[in-house]
Structures are given as structure tokens and as C-alpha cells.
Design a protein around this ligand. Structure first.
Ligand code: ADP
Ligand code: TZD
Length: 576
């Protein structure tokens, strides 16, 4: 509890009643619910809130832009299963943060954005207040839920409601609006203390029905070519042992979505990653575990998928079922409970992936790996350096540092790093996610370092990095063990686009990012060969201090839109 005691100056009373206010109540309510860190940008009306939080033992991490603070809160939510909290000022600060809150909702990460807001009686009559905006209405379409507190005595309730909504069921982003007047409202301290409470079991487990479990077991037992797809919901659920046990005892090949990499080590013999196309095209029974059949999985449609495939889906959100394909066996529950139920109710040996299917995938994997080997070998010595040259060097150094978190965004920088860099440990890869959003890089990296204390390597396209690049200053200010590696091919996708005017081409970029970090006291490296990349990364990780490696990549390396070029409109070809 904070020392919210004030002299009320009540006439005639022996002991003036102790008083508290909205700001103290917010901090007290957060502490009561074990919130350890706030990510934000200060200003009217929340500066004192940040100060008080810091003074009372909550860590406050100050950013340069609210989107970055919000992305950090979202990543903290993903990593800890507790909502990450982002603090923003009214109107523009709120809107900057809202991008991250919407992105958290899309990714099913628990997060709460608490924003100060302007005087309601002025806002609602549009009288032109300082930073005037109806924030509650603006937030609603983008979040899991949006709440506003109108009285200081409701602050505890508002925070309890925000936390439970963010973290229970399908996790997501919650907006909590606290007007400046409420933050400043003074009430009796005892009454204030009584208005706060600590949540009991904020995200209760959800156990599936026995008959739903048996239905899935029957399908898997009868499958000739079963496949498990692990998504970031599986990673979030922290059911690592149950998942590994299920996969290994049944022998079913599995495909990890990008943020599920490392749930089982990427070199696991049952990983079908290197035979992905064949696995999708041939699987006859597919069990999705915390993964949606959205665009990232081609909506489950032919020809990418076997049109006869039968789907089982494990998801905490019942409404996710049938969103793209008929789900023959819905398993609604949390991943840990569902996996436990599957293990309990299937007799040993009942589910056994046929050897012929495993061999078919293994053979294709071997062929694909052999095909790729030539490309990787050529990249080792290519000059100017290719993406794959730099990435192999990063891969080798990361292999020596399995505790390091990997953050990754860009187009080619994303696709190629995902495929080149194997993960050994669960939840150690954070990337652009469901929206394919740019700008998560520094926020996610800061959260990973702050929440875990472990080193972070952020692998960034040069365009991607620019969205949150100013947070390099925050990284240096807090002296975080983050090494940012910019794969700098001087452009969005690539750096050799001709321009149709005297201005640079729309995709062109030009920067020495290593010089940038030096302005803030961090260590900058420029690397032009894979050997230089490896030496710099090794040294930077060993130092445990902020560093940035600008990797000079061949501007002709990289394809437009990476591996999702087919999503560009196909009208009349634009001349370049
Ligand atoms: P990916 O992009 O990795 O395929 P998605 O974000 O599409 O993963 O899917 C994640 C799914 O996981 C969402 O549908 C979400 O409802 C679900 N989910 C999140 N947490 C849990 C949990 N604890 N148990 C079960 N499902 C969960
Ligand atoms: N803005 C936001 C917020 N998200 C986006 N995804 C984009 C714009 C569009 N976009 C992509 O989809 S990838 C990308 C942009 C701008 C950057 C690709 O260039 P890069 O990576 O330098 O980061 P590569 O490795 O050169 O392809």
C-alpha cells in the first residue's frame, strides 16, 4: 500500500480522516494484483501515477512512443500469462497505444491499456478540451472489452474487471479509461482501501467434456496420415510437458507455427517443418493446437491442404471452431487440460502414427534439406553479403546461447530468419504475428529483457527496425541486454528499385543504424561479412549490454513482400 495519508483539516475532529485519491488507488489496486511493471509514456494526466508507481516498487519503463510501450506490454502478457499494462495519456497518446492493444487482441495476448482522459462534460459536448476525445468509443471496435471508471471508489472494480477480461478465456487487449478528474478525486482512505480486491483464479482452467476427447481420439487412432499443428496459443498455455508427451507417445508428426517453434526443439525427429507443403497436402487428420486456420494456414483450403482432411481443433474459444473449415472434433478448453485429458483417455498404443507416413515425410525433408544446402553454402562466401550469409552466422552464435530470446520482423528478414534459425526452448521467439505487423521489434525486445533478465537478439529488416528504432534510446537508458541486428539491404524488401522520378523509389531507404546507437551510449558495429557478424554478435552478447549490428546486405537480395507476394493486387503492372 502507498502512503496516501493526508490531513483533511476537518474542523473539530481529534484525528482528521485519512484521505486517498484516484492515483493512489490505481497503484494500490495494481500492487494488490501483483502487477510488477508498467510500460508507458507520461504526460497529463498520468505523470504522477507513473512516479507513485515507481516510488511504491512497481517498475516503470518509459518509452519514446506509446505503440512501443504497448507492444512491450503485449509481449509481457504473452510471456507471463499476466496482462501486460501500458499507461498512456489522453487522445493522441491513447491512439498511439491503441495500435498495440488491437494487435495484442488479434494475437490473443493479454494486455490492459490504462489511459488518462479529458473532462467528460467537455468532451461529450465537444467543447474543445485539451486532448479531447471520446476514447471509450474509439477503443471499443479494436479490443476485447473497454471500460471506463467514473468514480474513484470504482477504480478497484475497474482494474479487477480489466485484468480478468484480458486473461480469462481467449486472452486479449482491454482498454481501461480513467478520466483525469477521477485520478484526482479525493476520498476517505479507509473507504478507498475497502473498494479494492485481489482477483481469485483470474484465468480458470477449462476442461473438455469426456465425449469430446473420445471423439478426437477415435479420429486420430483411425488416421493414416495424422498431423499436429502447434500455434502460439499452445506456446502461451505453458503446457510444454503435456504437448511434448502427447507428440512423442503418439509419434504424430507436427508443424510449429512461428511462435510455437521451440515448444519441441526444432531439430526434433517428428518435426515436419522441412516437409511442410507435403504435410499439408497429404495429412488426412489434422489436430490444430492453439492455432487458427487463418491466412497463415491458407484457411485450410485446397490445393494447399488435402481437400479430404478432417480437422480436430483444440482452442479455448468455442467460436473459433468452424471459422474456416468444418471441425469434426472440437476440443474446447485450455491446451494443458485438453492435452492431459487426451493422455488420460487414450489407452497406451491406441494412437500411433503409421510408420509409412513418418517415412514419407522424413524422405521429403531429406530432399528439401539437401536442396537448401547448396543455397546456404553459396551464401556463406557471397559478397556483398546475402541475408542467408548473415543469418547463418547469427544462427551459429544463437546456438551457443540457447537462453537468448529472438525477436524478428521484416519481410525477407522474417521469412528467412524463421526458416534458418532453429529454436530450442519454448516461447523464445516473438515475431510480427497474426497481422504481420511492423514495429513490434524494440517493444517486444524490451519486454523480453525486462520480464526475464535474459539476453535478447532482435533480428530486424531495415524498414521494420525504423518503426520502433528510437527505442534504442530506452534500451540504452535502462541498459538492457539487447542486441539488435539490422539486415540492411537499403530498402523495403530490397534496395535496388529504380525510381520513376527525381525522388528516391518508394521502397528505398538509407541509414547507418550502428551510428544511431552510439548517440545513446550503446555499442555500434557495422558488419560486411558473415564472420564479422558472428564476431560482433558474440562480443555483444558476452558484454550483456545494448548493441546494434548493422549488417550490410546486398541491395539486390530479397523478394518483393517476401513469401506473401501473392497477396499484392494483381491489376495492371506498374512500370518501374
Ligand atoms: P498461430 O498464429 O501461431 O497459428 P493463432 O494466434 O492463430 O496461432 O492461434 C492462437 C489460438 O490459441 C487462438 O485461437 C486462441 O483462442 C487460442 N488460445 C490462446 N490461449 C489458449 C489456451 N491457453 N488454451 C487453448 N487455446 C488458447
Ligand atoms: N506498416 C505496418 C505497421 N506493418 C506492415 N506490415 C507494413 C507497413 C508493410 N510492410 C510489410 O508487410 S513488410 C515491410 C513493410 C513496410 C518492411 C519490409 O522491409 P524490411 O525487410 O527492410 O523490414 P526485408 O528483409 O528487406 O524484406
Amino acid at each position: 500500500m502507498t502512503d496516501a495519508v493526508q490531513d483533511a483539516g476537518a474542523e473539530g475532529a481529534d484525528e482528521p480522516p485519512a484521505l486517498t485519491d484516484g492515483i493512489h488507488l490505481v497503484v494500490d489496486a495494481l500492487k494488490l494484483n501483483d502487477v510488477e511493471t508498467l510500460y508507458g509514456v507520461v504526460g497529463i494526466p498520468i505523470t504522477d501515477l507513473a512516479r507513485l508507481a515507481q516510488a511504491s516498487g512497481i517498475r516503470y519503463i518509459g518509452f519514446r512512443h506509446e505503440s512501443d510501450a504497448g507492444h512491450a506490454a503485449a509481449a509481457a502478457g504473452f510471456l507471463t500469462q499476466k496482462p501486460g499494462i501500458c499507461l498512456t495519456v489522453s487522445a493522441p497518446g491513447f491512439l498511439n497505444g491503441l495500435v498495440a492493444l488491437a494487435n495484442a487482441t488479434t494475437n490473443c495476448f493479454p494486455m490492459v491499456q490504462i489511459s488518462g482522459s479529458s473532462e467528460q462534460h467537455l468532451v461529450d459536448l465537444q467543447r474543445g478540451d485539451y486532448e479531447e476525445m471520446d476514447q471509450l468509443a474509439a477503443a471499443r471496435p479494436f479490443v476485447k472489452a473497454a471500460y471506463r471508471v467514473h468514480r474513484a471508489e470504482d477504480i478497484g472494480r475497474g482494474i479487477a474487471r480489466a485484468i480478468r477480461t484480458a486473461v480469462s478465456g481467449r486472452p486479449g487487449g482491454v482498454y481501461l479509461d480513467i478520466p483525469a478528474a477521477v485520478l484526482g478525486e479525493v476520498i476517505d482512505a479507509e473507504q478507498g482501501a475497502e473498494s479494492l480486491w485481489r482477483l481469485v483464479d483470474p484465468a480458470p482452467r477449462q476442461v473438455p467434456q469426456a465425449e469430446a476427447v473420445d471423439r478426437a481420439i477415435d479420429l486420430l487412432a483411425g488416421a493414416e496420415r495424422p498431423l499436429v499443428v502447434l500455434g502460439k496459443g499452445a506456446a502461451y498455455s505453458q503446457a510444454d510437458e503435456q504437448i511434448r508427451e502427447f507428440v512423442e507417445t503418439t509419434g504424430i508428426p507436427y508443424l510449429p507455427m512461428s511462435m510455437a517453434k521451440g515448444l519441441l526443439p526444432d531439430d526434433h525427429p517428428q518435426s515436419a517443418s522441412t516437409a511442410r507443403s507435403l504435410a499439408l497436402r497429404r495429412a488426412d487428420v489434422v489436430m490444430l493446437v492453439g492455432a487458427r486456420l487463418n491466412w497463415l494456414l491458407g484457411h485450410g483450403e485446397a490445393p494447399q491442404w488435402n481437400p479430404q482432411a478432417t480437422f480436430i481443433q483444440v482452442d479455448i474459444a468455442a467460436t473459433e471452431m468452424d471459422s474456416n473449415q468444418p471441425i469434426a472434433a472440437p476440443l474446447v478448453g485450455d491446451v494443458a487440460s485438453v492435452m492431459e485429458a487426451l493422455a488420460e483417455r487414450s489407452k497406451p498404443g491406441r494412437i500411433n502414427a503409421p510408420a509409412a507416413w513418418r517415412e514419407e515425410l522424413a524422405e521429403r525433408s531429406a530432399q528439401n534439406v539437401a536442396k537448401m544446402a547448396g543455397r546456404l553454402k553459396a551464401a556463406e562466401t557471397a559478397q556483398p553479403m546475402k541475408f542467408l550469409g548473415a543469418l547463418q552466422a547469427i544462427r551459429d552464435v544463437l546456438h551457443e546461447n540457447p537462453r537468448a530470446y529472438v525477436v524478428n520482423e521484416g519481410a525477407n528478414a522474417l521469412d528467412l530468419a524463421r526458416n534458418t534459425i532453429g529454436m530450442q526452448v519454448p516461447r523464445h521467439r516473438l515475431d510480427s504475428g497474426t497481422w504481420g505487423v511492423m514495429g513490434i521489434g524494440m517493444g517486444y525486445a524490451i519486454a523480453a529483457a525486462v520480464e526475464t533478465g535474459d539476453p535478447v537478439v532482435a533480428i530486424e529488416g531495415d524498414s521494420a527496425f525504423g518503426f520502433s528504432g528510437m527505442e534504442i534510446e530506452a534500451i540504452c537508458r535502462y541498459d538492457l541486454p539487447i542486441v539488435t541486428v539490422v539486415l540492411n539491404n537499403s530498402g523495403v524488401y530490397r534496395g535496388d528499385d529504380p525510381s520513376a522520378s527525381d525522388d528516391p523509389a518508394p521502397t528505398a531507404l538509407k541509414a547507418r543504424h550502428d551510428l544511431m546507437i552510439q548517440a545513446f551510449g550503446g555499442k555500434g558495429y557495422q558488419a560486411t561479412t558473415p564472420a564479422e557478424v558472428a564476431t560482433a554478435l558474440r562480443e555483444a552478447l558476452a558484454s550483456g549490454r545494448p548493441a546494434l549490428i548493422d549488417c550490410v546486405i546486398d541491395p539486390t537480395d530479397g523478394t518483393e513482400s517476401g513469401n506473401i507476394a501473392h497477396l499484392n493486387p494483381k491489376g495492371i503492372t506498374v512500370q518501374r
